[in-house]
Design a protein around this ligand. Structure first.
Ligand SMILES: [Zn+2]
Length: 151
């Protein structure tokens, strides 16, 4: 007697990855896009918010998103203890890596009828980004004051 075993058939397609992730830019549909998230962090006293924009994003949309999210983090990310020492530095390093990933992409044309996100001025040309200097100055003032008192 011969028994034949057939592997279980899955008629509903694979469990994972049933819908292939898009590879084109989600901002403008450009073909050359990197699947990398951009983050922002807001921390005020005990309130913390984590924002995230998932890819794929093309070079221009990626840079535009990095600029907006990084400026938001530099402005609003410093005002709780955990944010100051953990989440905001992490977010800024993450976005730096994201910016380098997007910078490696070739400039590609958006899909017909769509336009890439407006890049706007770079982060260093956005006044709100300099709000981030306040906690740095505060730490310097605190350390210098401590040294002055102990001598
Ligand atoms: Zn795009």
């Amino acid at each position: 007697m011969t028994t034949t075993t057939t592997p279980p058939q899955n008629h509903n397609g694979p469990l994972w990855g049933a819908a292939p992730r898009p590879t084109a830019c989600r901002g403008c549909g450009a073909a050359d896009a990197a699947d990398f998230a951009v983050r922002a962090h807001v921390g005020v006293l005990v309130l913390m918010r984590f924002h995230r924009v998932d890819g794929p994003l093309c070079r221009r949309c990626g840079r535009a998103t990095v600029r907006v999210m990084t400026t938001k983090t530099l402005c609003q990310g410093w005002w709780s203890p955990f944010s100051l020492f953990i989440f905001t530095p992490f977010t800024l390093v993450w976005n730096l890596i994201a910016a380098m990933r997007f910078a490696k992409l070739p400039l590609s044309e958006p899909a017909p009828g769509r336009v890439p996100l407006d890049e706007g001025p770079p982060v260093h040309a956005r006044p709100l980004a300099y709000v981030g200097l306040l906690p740095v100055l505060w730490v310097i003032w605190f350390v210098v004051g401590g040294i002055a008192r102990s001598s």
